[in-house]
Design a protein around this ligand. Structure first.
Ligand code: PMP
Length: 396
């Protein structure tokens, strides 16, 4: 039973979300989350997943997961420092380090968890963090948890970053200063200016942290944004997730051995929360093996991304400045974004509206995530529907 105060709070807030078109209904997907999904018994072309390479339903990963269940069971048992660590987690971490070109890596239960864990294990209330204004929510929460002073710089504005780094150093107020950025910004698809950021970090001796959740498997022929710029030796934290291009679940940091040893000794979700399951670990290792041995899926992803982008752009949609397969159709008004998404759905296309607080107010959009698993026929169907609905709503 809820208290009266809680009921009032919940009813008011939920009504408010509905009033402003900010309440996101969560759909039930019947069956696998592939390029075509079933919702309410109807097939939809799925342009909403982060399953960039189609690995979430790949037969090789499914086989690996089944093998791991047979050999290791379904759960890890307890936290790794108490119950011993599974060989499958160690194998995964070795593979991650190889994949990212670092000395070592540590895995966590999710990408979100990983940012909460890793930032707060290194930064504290005597420190400052320079954070891109469009960084992901998990970075923001990780920074808050650390109790460091958070200094936001304008999105990808190198001049602003440099000025703020200089001022922070000259203030003499902080023991350590970190600069933290997404590698690929998930709502717009643009890429962080990592070489310039690495230069500033070197000039002021900043700690560097790149969350490449949307870059790994996508940029750098699959190796990610840090490798794309050849910065493996100049970025301290290469953070990523196993839930997007890798197709499974979990998060990780790759870096120098002393950093990883510290995170294993002191990051709280590692110390107090059970690790990903054996099936998740072996399936992720298999995905990395595939990624490191072939660029075939990565090439297909980019081909599909470019195809969709050009077609939607030519129709007159505002697709922003994406440099990756992420293809936003920026509409602005939140309610119209929701309406657009709803009409796409009715016509057989699943592309969710993304509104505040996921993106800034007034920049509502429908974001399209083409993957390697889409066929041209699926994309053509989506494009036809986009044209019809876009014209009907006066968006194009
Ligand atoms: N960082 C970024 C940039 C993300 O987009 C996401 C997922 N939305 C995460 C971290 C969290 O990853 P996960 O879903 O594995 O928790």
């Amino acid at each position: 039973m809820n208290s009266k105060t809680l009921n009032r709070f919940l009813d008011d807030r939920i009504a408010d979300l509905h009033k402003h078109g900010l309440y996101n209904e969560i759909d039930v997907v019947q069956g696998a989350n592939g390029p075509v999904i079933m919702i309410d018994g109807q097939e939809k072309v799925n342009l909403s997943s982060n399953n960039y390479l189609g690995l979430a339903t790949d037969e090789r990963l499914k086989t690996a997961a089944k093998q791991a269940i047979d050999s290791h069971g379904v759960g890890a048992g307890a936290v790794r420092t108490i119950n011993g660590t599974l060989d499958l987690h160690i194998q995964l971490e070795q593979k991650l380090a190889q994949f990212k070109g670092t000395e070592a890596a540590i895995s966590y239960q999710s990408g979100f968890n990983c940012n909460m864990a890793a930032i707060s294990a290194v930064m504290d209330n005597h420190d400052a963090i320079l954070s891109d204004s469009l960084n992901h929510a998990s970075i923001i929460d990780g920074c808050r948890l650390s109790r460091a002073t958070i200094i936001r710089y304008e999105h990808s504005d190198i001049k602003d970053l440099r000025q703020k780094a200089k001022a922070a150093i000259e203030s003499g107020a902080y023991n350590k200063i970190m600069v933290i950025t997404d590698g690929v910004f998930s709502m717009d698809g643009d890429i962080a200016k990592l070489p310039e950021i690495a230069d500033i970090a070197e000039e002021f001796d900043l700690i560097t942290y790149v969350d490449d959740a949307h870059g790994s498997g996508v940029t750098g022929k699959g190796a990610g944004t840090v490798k794309q710029f050849g910065l493996e030796k100049r970025i301290d934290f290469q953070m990523g997730t196993l839930s997007k291009a890798i197709g499974v679940v979990g998060g990780y940091v790759a870096g120098k051995e002393n950093l990883i040893n510290w995170l294993k000794a002191r990051s709280r979700p590692f110390l107090f929360s059970t690790a990903i399951s054996p099936a998740d670990a072996l399936a992720s290792t298999e995905a990395l093996e595939i990624l490191m041995n072939s660029t075939e899926l990565n090439e297909l992803l980019w081909e599909n991304g470019n195809y969709l982008k050009v077609k939607l752009g030519n129709l007159g949609f505002n697709i922003g400045n994406s440099e990756t397969p992420i293809t936003p159709c920026i509409i602005g008004d939140e309610k119209q974004s929701q309406e657009f998404s709803k009409r796409l759905f009715e016509e057989g296309v699943y592309a969710k509206a993304i509104v505040f607080p996921t993106v800034p107010r007034g920049t509502g959009r429908v974001r399209n995530m083409p993957t390697a698993a889409h066929t041209k026929e699926m994309l053509d169907k989506a494009i036809t529907v986009y044209e019809k609905v876009g014209k009907a709503l006066g968006i194009i």
